[in-house]
Ligand binder design. Structure first.
Ligand code: KIV
Length: 277
């Protein structure tokens, strides 16, 4: 895989490629993915051994404070992706194409994906949906751009779903997700995110598909897992779905640090002589 000049891997760490992600499934090695939106956090994630850094359009919620993923723009996604690429020495960087940049228009989809690849130096894009966006996905793939699919609860369609409840629990939708998964594999997607679907369906799909499945709220029998990093870190506190495991309570740690700083500034305890020139 050609390496973006600002993101050269160090000599002791091999770049994760889409081919290596495929091999991981063959070997039975689980794929660890998390979202990343900025340079400093992406550097810590990359050093910690993440296989995939997903520049998710969840940035719309957790960075920009919107209620849904819909408002974030392609320019904003490219800014986030460029920062993450500069930090990622080893991980594969995958970028969400945001809402309105690929649905129903395959020419626009290709333009959007090309902008992401050229301007950020990312390694792949992610697109939500199956049959109804297949033309766009095929066109992006035809340009040699790797595509990760995304089925189940696809947040860009939230106003059609009406809520964030678990998807594909009924026969019709379950069948549609299965058909879409096979279609995306046949089109050439290198991996597939399965969001908030029953564990049994995710397991059946993971066993049937040759390409890796990355689950979020899809149970343990998938080929990898992804979470939204500020949720995992406990920076966001108002979002507690059953599938989320919090590995830290950073909101408390940060609030305590900020309060102590305010107190030190107000009392002139900061800066000290040693902290001055
Ligand atoms: O935008 C995002 O963070 C995502 C993950 C939840 C899969 O798409």
């Amino acid at each position: 895989m050609p390496i973006h000049p600002s993101a050269k891997p160090s000599s002791d760490r091999r770049r994760i490629t889409t081919a290596r992600i495929a091999e991981m499934k063959t070997r039975g090695e689980k794929i660890a993915a998390l979202t990343a939106y900025d340079f400093s956090t992406a550097k810590i994630l990359d050093d910690a051994g993440l296989d995939i850094l997903l520049v998710g359009d969840s940035a719309s919620n957790v960075v920009h404070g919107h209620e849904t993923t819909l408002p974030i723009t392609l320019d904003q996604m490219i800014d986030h992706a460029s920062a993450v690429v500069r930090a990622a020495r080893s991980a594969l960087v995958v970028v969400d194409l945001p809402f309105g940049t690929y649905q129903g228009n395959s020419r626009l989809a290709l333009e959007s994906a090309v902008r992401v690849m050229k301007e950020s130096g990312a390694h792949a894009v992610k697109m939500e949906g199956g049959e109804r966006v297949i033309e766009s996905i095929r066109r992006v793939l035809s340009a040699g751009i790797p595509v990760m699919g995304h089925l189940g609860l696809t947040p860009q369609s939230i106003y059609q779903f009406g809520s964030y409840v678990v998807r594909a629990t009924e026969g019709d939708e379950s069948q549609r997700v299965s058909d879409d998964a096979l279609l995306l594999q046949a089109a050439g997607c290198f991996a597939l995110v399965l969001e908030k679907i029953p564990a049994a369906l995710a397991r059946a799909l993971s066993e049937r598909l040759a390409i890796p499945t990355i689950g979020i709220g899809a149970g343990p029998h998938v080929d990898g897992q992804v979470l939204v990093t500020p949720d995992l870190l406990g920076i966001t506190t108002d979002f507690s779905p059953r599938f989320l495991r919090r590995y830290a309570a950073l909101a408390d740690v940060m609030a305590d640090a900020f309060r102590r700083y305010v107190s030190d500034v107000k009392s002139s305890a900061f800066p000290s002589e040693e902290e001055s020139y």
